[in-house]
Design a protein around this ligand. Structure first.
Ligand SMILES: CC(C)(COP(=O)(O)OP(=O)(O)OC[C@H]1O[C@@H](n2cnc3c(N)ncnc32)[C@H](O)[C@@H]1OP(=O)(O)O)[C@@H](O)C(=O)NCCC(=O)NCCS
Length: 145
């Protein structure tokens, strides 16, 4: 059972969020460390899934007027396949909608496409390389009329 909290970059929990991201993207996936935290982090809304006070999942939402970009989706290896990623993504969509977005875009690692498809995201365009990993853009329209 996890609890999801919404935090800004100034929140003390951010260091635990970055530590989780470092473990997943830099250590596990080999992303260069200098690319992992970037300038978008400062203005982003970060979500942290907490279990017994430990950050076991995270993502960030970067706001571009009426478009929200979700990224850095990372679940602790031992907490995967238990619905934490889905919970974070659903909360992120609700927050993006609340904050005025009409759509969400993201760059999905090819190995994670199925995860996002299950959540209603649709692929767009050809795969591209980002930090040595193949990605594809995906989009989901939010229910604003
Ligand atoms: C990809 C990731 C975020 C998924 O998180 P998770 O908590 O394990 O996912 P959930 O348990 O919420 O899964 C939700 C659904 O997606 C499916 N799913 C999970 N990972 C999947 C994957 N890589 N490919 C296809 N389907 C996947 C689950 O089976 C589940 O399906 P169901 O609803 O039919 O039961 C997680 O594996 C992770 O952090 N991976 C390493 C970092 C990474 O690759 N991040 C994505 C960057 S784009």
């Amino acid at each position: 059972m996890s609890v999801i909290v919404e935090i800004l970059a100034s929140n003390p929990l951010t260091s635990a969020v970055y530590a989780l991201r470092n473990g997943v993207f830099v250590v596990e996936q080999g992303v260069p460390e200098d690319l992992e935290v970037d300038e978008d982090d400062r203005g982003a809304t970060h979500l942290a899934a907490l279990s017994d006070g430990e950050v076991i999942g995270t993502l960030r939402i970067v706001h571009h007027e009426r478009r929200a970009k979700i990224g850095r989706v990372a679940i602790l290896a031992s907490a995967r396949k238990q619905g934490v990623g889905r919970e974070l993504m659903e909360r992120a969509a609700a927050i993006a909608f609340r904050d005025g977005a009409d759509e969400i875009v993201l760059g999905a690692q090819l190995t994670a496409r199925g995860f996002y498809q299950r959540l209603g995201y649709v692929e767009e365009g050809a795969p591209f390389d980002d930090a040595g990993i193949l990605h594809v853009m995906m989009r989901k329209m939010l229910g604003r009329t």
